[in-house]
Design a protein around this ligand. Structure first.
Ligand code: ZN
Length: 501
């Protein structure tokens, strides 16, 4: 290439900036839909979000963008410029494979399906959701076929959420993990000491909970000047734009854990988004590496830090001051044990660290069977309940607490669930690497100092945005491929001590 690529790079950034602004508009409208939108505004809002999706698709598949991208690919670029072109190519290819008509149809289908799912879940009425789920699967298969180019449909979908990962790679991690976890859960049940969760149950003033939870999120590094905390049924984090990363939580009237851990979890997502590279904001390079990497950040703050004894040595006296009547007479060790009780349960998002993966594995198996047609939608509740009995030893009493509990399949998201476990495994692997680099961070946590942990995460994860694939990022940060071993070492040591095994 003979001419200077500077002008082309400027044009590329300008075009990506327009797309980023449309994405921001859509993200804000979606955030509003999930927080404060009056119910009668849902239909119009869904249509508006679909319109923006089509406009975004138009810009991504525009010939002018294709030309400037091709010119830059022919230029001899290095460093960030080369990475920007490479990542833009991925996004343009993903968009180009989907016909415009399918993009709009999918957005409306999944939006309507989520409304129908919410009603079916509230009424515990799987039969009313089954036809919608069947229609969703038809659309999801069309999307998968567009991306798969004759390859495996599940892999094509899973790659949208966890780049370069495959069902086989997930299985290779899940198989040993499942065996070890079932064994650990069995040991805890048979030989573990009894842990009393009563101190966490009952009413806790919500305003006080919120003040305490926010103070912890801020101590971890969540910037309230670039974010906010609202209430929703389903907690989430949303990176709306530079300087605007919002989180939500919910409150349980009878359990202190109900708001605390979702808040710390979403704050972990928010901290990652707030520390993505500012110089690449509005381009693919300024975005998160993958959902698994995102989840590694939320799970690290929620669990590895937020359920640890050193953290609570600092935080517990503050919580006792917040709730002197409830917790004044409860000792730290008893409180910490109660926060970490391992108990097979029905709801994934409320599961403890050990049984959590079993919930994810059940969904991974069932969604593959739904996608390839070996499981009929009508047989889903039965298949779901059988697996809960087999893996966790419990049977959901209704579909509301069974196969209707998660929004993902209603939202057309098949291939997403494994990222929760992959991210959790990565959180433990990052933690081992962090401690190798920084030494013991327990003393800092006991003093309520989390800056060392945060700066390591910024250095090795956040500031890179999408410069590296998840696999490369993992290797560079930890020196190894993603593996279940660090997590298993962490779980065996922590729960062995806690349960006196
Ligand atoms: Zn999460």
């Amino acid at each position: 290439m003979t001419h200077d690529p500077t002008a082309s790079l400027t044009e590329l950034r300008d075009r990506l900036g327009v797309i980023a602004d449309l994405t921001q508009a859509s993200a804000l409208m979606t955030w509003d839909q999930r927080t404060y939108l009056p119910p009668k505004g849902n239909t119009g809002r869904s249509r508006a979000i679909a319109t923006i999706g089509r406009l975004r698709h138009d810009h991504m598949t525009d010939n002018g963008l294709a030309d400037v991208l091709a010119a830059l690919e022919a230029a001899d670029l290095e460093g960030d410029d080369a990475a920007l072109v490479r990542e833009t190519r991925r996004d343009v290819d993903l968009a180009t494979r989907l016909p415009r008509e399918l993009v709009g149809r999918a957005a409306e289908q999944f939006s309507v399906a989520q409304t129908r799912w919410a009603a079916a879940r509230a009424d515990d009425d799987f039969a009313s959701f089954a036809p919608v789920l069947r229609e969703n699967l038809v659309v999801v298969r069309e999307i998968a076929q567009a991306h798969a180019a004759g390859g495996d449909l599940y892999d094509a979908l899973h790659d949208l959420y966890e780049r370069d990962s495959t069902a086989a790679a997930v299985e290779a991690v899940f198989t040993p993990l499942r065996a070890e976890l079932v064994e650990l859960v069995g040991e805890i049940r048979e030989r573990g000491r009894a842990i009393d969760v009563a101190p966490l149950l009952g009413a806790f003033d919500e305003g006080r909970q919120e003040r305490f939870n926010v103070s912890v999120a801020r101590a971890f590094g969540y910037d309230m000047e670039a974010g906010r905390l609202d209430r929703t049924t389903h907690p989430f984090a949303s990176g709306i734009g530079r300087g605007d990363v919002r989180i939500t939580t919910r409150y349980k009237s009878d359990d202190l854990r109900g708001a605390l851990f979702p808040t710390l979890h979403e704050a972990g997502h928010g901290i990652y988004e707030q520390n993505l590279p500012a110089e690449h904001a509005g381009t693919p390079l300024g975005r998160y590496a993958s959902l698994g990497v995102h989840e590694s950040q939320s799970r690290l703050w929620e669990n590895v830090v937020g359920r640890s004894l050193p953290f609570w040595e600092w935080a517990y006296p503050r919580l006792q001051e917040t709730f002197p009547d409830r917790l004044g007479a409860v000792g730290l060790e008893a409180f910490h044990a109660a926060m970490n009780v391992v108990e097979p349960s029905l709801i994934r998002v409320e599961a403890d660290e050990v049984t959590y993966h079993l919930h994810v594995m059940i969904r991974f198996e069932l969604e593959r069977a739904l996608l390839d047609g070996s499981l009929e939608v009508d047989d889903l509740p039965g298949a779901w309940n059988e697996r809960y009995e087999a893996y966790l030893g419990i049977t959901p009493p209704d579909d509301r607490r069974g196969c209707l509990q998660d929004v993902h399949w209603a939202g057309g998201m098949i291939g997403y669930f494994p990222t929760y476990s992959l991210g959790t495994l990565l959180s433990a692997q990052l933690w081992e690497a962090l401690r190798r680099d920084q030494g013991d961070v327990d003393d800092a946590m006991r003093r309520g100092e989390f800056g060392g942990i945060l700066s390591w995460l910024i250095e090795h994860v956040h500031r890179h945005g999408r410069r590296y694939t998840p696999a490369e990022l993992t290797r560079r940060a930890t020196g190894a491929e993603l593996s279940a071993e660090p997590y298993l070492r962490y779980a065996r040591e922590k729960y062995g001590t806690l349960y006196g095994l």
